[in-house]
Design a protein around this ligand. Sequence first.
Ligand SMILES: *Cc1c(COP(=O)(O)O)cnc(C)c1O
Ligand SMILES: [Zn+2]
Length: 449
Amino acid sequence: MSNYDGQSPYGQAPYELRCRECGRRWGNQPRSICDECFSPLEITYDYDTIRASIAQGTFSRERIAQRPPNMWRYAELLPLPTGFEPRLPVGFTPLIQAPRLAEQLVGTEGDAKTAARNLYLKNDAVCLPTLSFKDRVVAVALAQAQAFGFDTVACSSTGNLANAVAAHAARLGLKAWIFIPSDLEPAKILGTQVFGANVVRIAGNYDQVNRLCSQIAEERRWGFVNVNLRPYYAEGSKTVGFEITEQLGWRLPDNVVVPMAGGSLIVKIKKAFDELIKLGLVEEKPVKFFGAQATGCSPISTAVKTGSTEIEPQKPATIARSLAIGNPADGHYAIKTIKQSGGWSEDVSDPEVIDSIRLLAETEGIFTETAGGVTVGTAGKLYRQDRILPEETTVLCITGNGLKTTDVLAGVYEAERPIAPKLAEFEKYLHETLDTIEVAKEAAATVGA
Ligand SMILES: *Cc1c(COP(=O)(O)O)cnc(C)c1O
Ligand SMILES: [Zn+2]
């Protein structure tokens, strides 16, 4: 059934670009800005066609549930070209409860038992093929890149997008040019090069890389997934919201906590919920949106906390490099999404990011990258501030995999000394180790007393 070399599976509704501010329609073309008012474009659908599919029973909760477990099951709400044939089963990552993490986040003051029942993780650390939610956006962007006739695709990236574009381009036989800040994590650079992509390291930060890409996009007929294809790319993020809803049993959560770089993911999860409500696929209910950033690059959370509606650009200085965008393209809309929902935004320091990566791993067995540490650390703050309550259904978006950012944990763990392969040696080693743990516990108890 799920043959990724063959069939064009599902129905499609007409869609096109529309200016977010003046409403002018632009058809379908590689373009992200309205020439009339210089505002960003987004995709709008012919929702009446989708309603007709629902009335005919070809698109419904039941029909969706029968489709293969990947993001293409929501094809009717994605901008996919006619005759599109999925080549990779992207998405449909696990949504799991996180009782042990919840108890730690709520702390001794909070109602840990209640929180334990209501906290969920959306685990895109295991999104395929490249272990971050960026596989979703790239899958949609490259579908359009092919429809527009590009034989070369490109992007500016803080790391995960680079991996995703390179891998998907390899699968589709497209050439890839990837532009990154030169100080990215080694695993993210290698994890791009391995797919045969051309990697251009720029001596500058992401915002400078992105500006350069806008200039290159004017000169060359290349499909830049997050520049001239950005409106199509961004729609891929909606699948996180569709999946959360379906996996909760076609129910919306009370809260979502979302890491923010350019601010697109949080805005698109909201769009996903709104579309499901509009189409009658889920019951309407208020959802609060909470944004998470690293303190060393927090233009969106700073705006929310100071009550500003506009972004003041920052120079990033954080280990959370995947979120290190000082001038976020969708910052304004992210602020709006958060404020209108009654949510909030917080940020956490680099040491808190590392503690949170370890906490998630030790409580739930999920190894996330720095962005996930930002999300978990922020969620803890929000529980302690009573902005998120234990009885509320809360979903934390874990967006990337820890194996890509192991460098931030260098120095946290000591290399164990090897022992001889003898039982007596091990017994001795075990006693020493247990003694060390006892001493450490006593010391901690003394400090606490
Ligand atoms: C890109 C990225 C984000 C944020 O995405 P935006 O849509 O740019 O806000 C979050 N987490 C990870 C791991 C990312 O790579
Ligand atoms: Zn406009």
